[in-house]
Ligand binder design. Structure first.
Ligand SMILES: Nc1ncnc2c1ncn2[C@@H]1O[C@H](COP(=O)(O)OP(=O)(O)OP(=O)(O)O)[C@@H](O)[C@H]1O
Length: 366
């Protein structure tokens, strides 16, 4: 167990700047998720920590020790790649056992067997241990690869999309298992994903990375309720957050969607200032009949564009003024909503976020 600290990491591949000054502190025993789109620099960050891709500038510290000049196998980290590197002609058991047979991590045979058995059980692969890895499905191989990483006592685990090849149901089950394994082992873990559900479900804290920089670090509540900018707001939630151009009007009001949205705001912004209003689809209300909006909720007239059933809920897309908005409502509330039907929405003023339309869309309020 050890804290991880990255200071000003930079790395370029030719003209591509993969890391553009990564600063990150992960506490001892913390489960930290790094979320970002393809090409953001996630894998390069892990490789820099593991010592597989030395940074051009900056520093990696593990357990307070500067890793400059320390060979990968001396860093005490165990890394799991998305492209699991397994020995295809070995059994799953021998693949999991191989790190424990190396001189550096050798464990007494009985202890190794016990650990392998325990992790195989947690990962649901006990029945596969005698099979050659070459005969396994991608999802099974991925679990063996993960097992091979976790079985070895390490100062930190670096996991690169370790569940990407599992089907949705198994993925959900494994997320829960992983969290338990983390709690049991209490090992500092840096977990890389481009799946926001995974990040929200697993991370003690989450870091959002874009273009080789960390855009925001926070708990799931902070990232969800106070996204640093429109990029972070867009990265979490499906359907995506509604982002609507608007303007601060006189008397502390916000007007958006060509005047269709008119809300009181308490943002301390000067009238005439352009803003982007953000509101999540699950925060919008569909007002029924002549139901009055609850306190603190503004009413907005709209027309149904399309509805789509998502299990027990429905996504309703409406047109308000010159904008399309998505809302997610209980399925029964959306039944009978034909395209073009007029509807009334409730926009809770307390759930509205304001962003700067320029300056990278940084959040202005609350
Ligand atoms: N060995 C390399 N040679 C050249 N370019 C590289 C190399 N490794 C990474 N890059 C580039 O650096 C950038 C960051 O890559 P990286 O693999 O870290 O992203 P990522 O966030 O892990 O993406 P993904 O989710 O697709 O795996 C990308 O533009 C990538 O093409």
């Amino acid at each position: 167990m050890a804290p991880l600290s990255l200071k000003g990491l930079r790395k370029s591949f030719g003209k591509v700047r993969a890391l553009d000054g990564i600063d990150l502190d992960i506490a001892d025993g913390e489960f930290f998720c790094l979320l970002g789109p393809s090409g953001a620099g996630k894998t390069t960050t892990l490789k820099a920590i593991a010592g597989l891709e030395p940074p051009d500038e900056g520093r990696v510290e593990i357990g307070g020790v500067d890793m400059d000049g320390v060979e990968p196998y001396d860093r005490g980290v165990a890394m799991c790649f998305e492209s699991y590197a397994l020995y295809p002609h070995y059994t799953a058991y021998d693949n999991m056992a191989s790190p424990l047979r190396s001189p550096r991590h050798r464990l007494p045979a009985a202890e190794a067997r016990e650990r392998i058995g325990r992790f195989a059980e947690l990962l649901g692969i006990s029945h596969l241990l005698d099979r050659n890895v070459g005969e396994l499905s991608n999802g099974q191989r991925q679990r063996v690869a993960l097992g091979r990483v976790l079985v070895r006592p390490a100062a930190a685990f670096l996991l690169d999309e370790p569940l990407s090849h599992l089907d949705a149901k198994l993925r959900q089950a494994m997320r829960a298992e992983l969290k338990t394994i983390g709690a049991v082992e209490r090992t500092t873990t840096l977990y890389v994903t481009h799946d926001y559900v995974e990040a929200l479900g697993l991370g003690d804290r989450i870091g959002v990375i874009r273009d080789g920089r960390i855009v925001q670090v926070g708990t799931r509540e902070q990232i969800w309720n106070e996204p640093a900018d429109t990029f972070v707001a867009n990265a979490f939630g499906k359907p995506r957050i509604n982002l609507v151009p608007g303007e601060i009007a006189a008397g502390g009001r916000l007007r958006a969607a060509d005047g269709a949205i008119d809300l009181p705001v308490d943002a301390g912004l000067a009238p005439g200032r352009a803003v982007t209003l953000g509101v999540r689809p699950r925060d919008l209300l569909l007002l029924r009949g002549d139901e009055a909006p609850p306190d603190g909720t503004a009413e907005v007239g709209a027309r149904v564009y399309v509805t789509e059933v998502l299990g027990r809920q429905s996504e309703v897309t409406v047109t308000a003024g010159d904008q399309r908005l998505s809302l997610v409502v209980p399925r029964e509330d959306a039944s009978g909503l034909a395209p073009e039907s007029p509807v009334r929405l409730g926009v809770p003023a307390g759930r509205v976020l304001l962003f700067d339309p320029s300056e990278g869309g940084r959040r202005l309020a609350p």
